[in-house]
Ligand binder design. Sequence first.
Ligand code: 5GP
Ligand code: MN
Length: 329
Amino acid sequence: MMAGIEELVGLIQGAGQVVLVTHVKPDGDALGSLFGLADILQGMGKRAFCYLEEEAPHLYGFLPGIEQTETTIESLEHFVGAAGQKVLVIALDCGDKERLGKSGPLLRKIHPFVVIDHHKGNNGFGDLSWVEPHRSSTGEMICDLARALGQELSTSAATCLYTAIATDTGSFRYASTTSHTHRVAADLVERGARPGMINEKLYDCYPLGRLRLMQLVLTTLTMFADEQVAVISVTAEMLEQTGTTLEDTENFINLPRAVKTVRVAVFLKEGQGAVSVSLRSRGCCDVSRVAVRFGGGGHVRASGFRSSGLSLDQVREQLLPVLIEQLDC
Ligand code: 5GP
Ligand code: MN
């Protein structure tokens, strides 16, 4: 059921123990929102259980509270069992139930199951879903939630939430950035978030291998449709050669996307028995529609999908005609 912030406030105030989850392959908004909200709930005297299916990417290791991450189903079952009937689950930044990952079915047995998200295609899969697609980030929504709960943010929560907003807005560059986004960010700085430190951790602390990987990935650049579509790829071999992982490819797609003629940038990533695809667009082209056609989803200008059992080249061949058709908007 779709709901507003008021219903959510009532539910949270009445809860003693809360399980916080997010989508698989969590990004800055997912993690910043999760640990930011955990800190807020803990400040209200509640117990928050921060569950991720896998350890968070190293890039986000600086987020206060990330050391509380629990990654085993057993620890989740133990927390829920000990809490009895009085446990609330909140899924953050997760656009559909499949993106909860392998633990999704187990998590969805816990009620009430609450969804807080800003993805356009979110159909409200929670018992109660607060979804605002026009918001820059889930982090921005959590800031409003804290205010509605009457909770002052700690420096830790402010750091997490600033990271959430800054990453999902491409450092306040995307069209989703509103005056409210900036006001919320200003409040976070007043509560102790340090933009200089956060941005250095996010963008100026890379291992050399990442630069070497970028060198290899950029050699794969291919242009289509009168230079309106740019495709780059990364193979398992490139990762091995540079001693990197797919985590190190974060933001690579922004390089081809920044070319003047490019309307859609595609990044094909080989790994773990599947090809994952990132799509980014500028202007009117809605890449989420393309992603949905391939079983994925996302936002108008940033979306993605995964494809099992096909090679990089096969995925590209299937994708390009669909994408080029979508350029006529
Ligand atoms: P990225 O390219 O950074 O992996 O993903 C960009 C956005 O696309 C994510 O924020 C998410 O909304 C969406 N997305 C990426 N992969 C998938 C997927 O496999 N399924 C769905 N539903 N959405 C995805
Ligand atoms: Mn987000």
